[in-house]
Design a binder for this molecule. Structure first.
Ligand code: 6PG
Length: 386
C-alpha cells in the first residue's frame, strides 16, 4: 500500500497506518520512509465499523512531532466521552503494540463471557430468555461494558425467515486475524505470561480444528452429569462474581505485559493514559476502565490487583470463581480462561511452588545446576551416585 501511495506524495507528507500492524513492521516502515523524506505515524485504531463513523479509540505512537502536528485533527475524530480517546502512546511501535495488547485483552474478555454463557446454558440449563436476563443483569453491575452490551443484543436477535435465536444457528468455530497470536508471541518472548489471553487463543484454535473435535467427540461422547445444587436466585450473583474475578485477572495480565514490554523496548508508556483512551470508542470499553485508569496513576503499582478497588473485589469474589470452576469441571465444560485466571493467581500467591522439583530434574539429566534456599551460589549434584 505504501509503495502505491508514494508516487503521489510530497516531501514531509504524513502516512498514518491505522491498521492492525505488527509493531516491528511499524518501526521498519517509519525508518524506511524517513530515508525517502516521508513522515509516518503508526496508530492503533479500535472501535470496529461503528467506531470508524462515531469516534474510535486511537493509539498513535512513534514520532512525537508528527503526532503533535496531527493532534488537533485526531482529538476531534476520536471518541469524546469522558475525554478524547487519543494520546501519544510512546516511541517506535508503541501505538501498534498497545493496540495488539488491547486485542489480546479483547480475546480474553470475549472468551470469559463465552465461558459464562456456556455454564449458564449447559451447567445451569438456563433457557435462552434466562441467559438474556443474566447478561442484562450484568450490565447493571461492575461488568458494564460494550462487549456485554452487544452480547445482550446478540442473545435476543432472531431472523424473519427462521425459527429461534440466530446465535443458535451460528457455527461454533471461532476465527481470528492474528493480533491475539502476536500478543502470545510477545508474552512468551518477554517471559510475561498472559494465561487468560492464551486460553482464549487456544479456545479459538480448538474450536476450528474439526478433525480433532470429531475424533475426540467420537472417543469421549459421554457428558458427565454434575449435581448442580445452585439455585436460580443464587446463580446470578455467582456468575457475576466469577466473570468479574476472571476479568480483573485478565486485565492485570495484559497491563503487566505492557509494563514488561515498556522496559524491554523503551516505549515510555503512560499506563493510566492507555487505560483512559480505552474508556470509550474501543471494543474493550467498560466502566471498569475508569477504575483502572485511576489505579494506574499510581506509578509504583506492580500489578493492578494491588489497587484497593480491585483487591477488595478479588478477595470477595475468588470463592465464587472456585465454586463455578468446580461446577464447570464436573459438568465437562471447558472453562479454560476462567480456570487459567485462577491458576495464575494460585501460582503467584503460592509460598512455595513445585519448581524445586523441576530444577532438580534439570540438574539430574543435564547438569543445569540449581540454587538453594539455605546457601548462596549455583549447585550441581551427581544424583545417581546418591
Ligand atoms: C477493534 C478490533 C478490530 C478487529 C479485530 C478482530 O479493536 O476494533 O479489535 O481490530 O475487529 O481485528 O480480531 P480477530 O479477527 O482476530 O478476532
Amino acid at each position: 500500500m505504501i509503495e502505491n501511495i508514494l508516487p503521489y506524495l510530497d516531501k514531509d507528507d504524513i502516512i498514518i497506518d491505522g491498521g492492525n500492524s505488527y509493531f516491528t513492521d511499524t518501526i521498519r516502515r517509519e525508518a524506511d520512509l524517513k530515508k525517502k523524506g516521508i513522515r509516518f505515524l503508526g496508530m492503533g485504531v479500535s472501535g470496529g465499523e461503528k467506531g470508524a463513523l462515531e469516534g474510535p479509540s486511537l493509539m498513535p505512537g512513534g514520532n512525537r512531532e508528527v503526532y503533535d502536528e496531527l493532534a488537533p485533527f485526531l482529538l476531534k475524530v476520536a471518541a469524546q466521552d469522558p475525554a478524547p480517546c487519543v494520546d501519544f502512546m510512546g516511541n517506535g511501535g508503541a501505538g501498534h503494540f498497545v493496540k495488539m495488547v488491547h486485542n489480546g485483552i479483547e480475546y480474553a474478555d470475549m472468551q470469559l463471557i463465552a465461558e459464562i454463557y456456556d455454564i449458564a446454558k449447559n451447567a445451569f440449563a438456563y433457557s435462552n430468555k434466562e441467559i438474556h436476563e443474566l447478561f442484562t443483569y450484568f450490565q447493571s453491575t461492575d461488568l458494564n461494558s460494550y462487549l456485554i452490551d452487544i452480547t445482550c443484543n446478540i442473545l435476543a436477535t432472531t431472523e424473519e425467515d427462521t425459527e429461534g435465536l440466530l446465535i443458535n444457528k451460528i457455527k461454533d468455530e471461532a476465527k481470528g486475524k492474528g493480533t491475539g497470536m502476536w500478543t502470545i508471541q510477545e508474552s512468551t518472548r518477554l517471559a510475561s505470561p498472559v494465561p487468560a489471553i492464551s486460553a482464549a487463543l487456544d479456545g479459538r484454535y480448538i474450536s476450528s480444528n474439526l478433525e480433532l473435535r470429531q475424533l475426540f467427540n467420537t472417543l469421549f461422547p459421554e457428558n458427565p452429569v454434575a449435581g448442580n445444587t445452585i439455585s436460580r436466585s443464587e446463580s446470578h450473583a455467582l456468575l457475576e462474581s466469577t466473570l468479574l474475578t476472571g476479568k480483573i485477572l485478565a486485565y492485570a495480565q495484559g497491563f503487566y505485559l505492557l509494563k514488561q514490554a515498556d522496559m524491554e523496548y523503551n516505549f515510555n508508556f503512560n499506563f493510566a493514559s492507555i487505560a483512559k483512551i480505552w474508556r470509550n470508542g474501543c471494543i474493550i470499553r467498560s466502566t471498569m476502565l475508569d477504575e483502572m485508569s485511576r489505579a494506574l496513576e499510581n506509578s509504583s503499582l506492580i500489578s493492578l490487583v494491588e489497587d484497593e478497588f480491585f483487591l477488595t473485589r478479588l478477595k470477595k469474589n475468588i470463592p465464587a470463581l472456585r465454586k463455578v470452576l468446580c461446577l464447570g469441571i464436573e459438568s465437562g465444560i471447558p472453562v479454560t480462561a476462567l480456570g487459567t485466571s485462577l491458576w495464575y493467581l494460585e501460582a503467584l500467591r503460592a509460598k512455595r511452588l513445585p519448581a524445586n522439583l523441576i530444577q532438580a530434574q534439570r540438574d539430574f539429566f543435564g547438569a543445569h545446576t540449581y540454587q538453594r534456599i539455605d546457601r548462596e551460589g549455583d549447585f550441581h549434584t551427581e544424583w545417581e551416585k546418591l
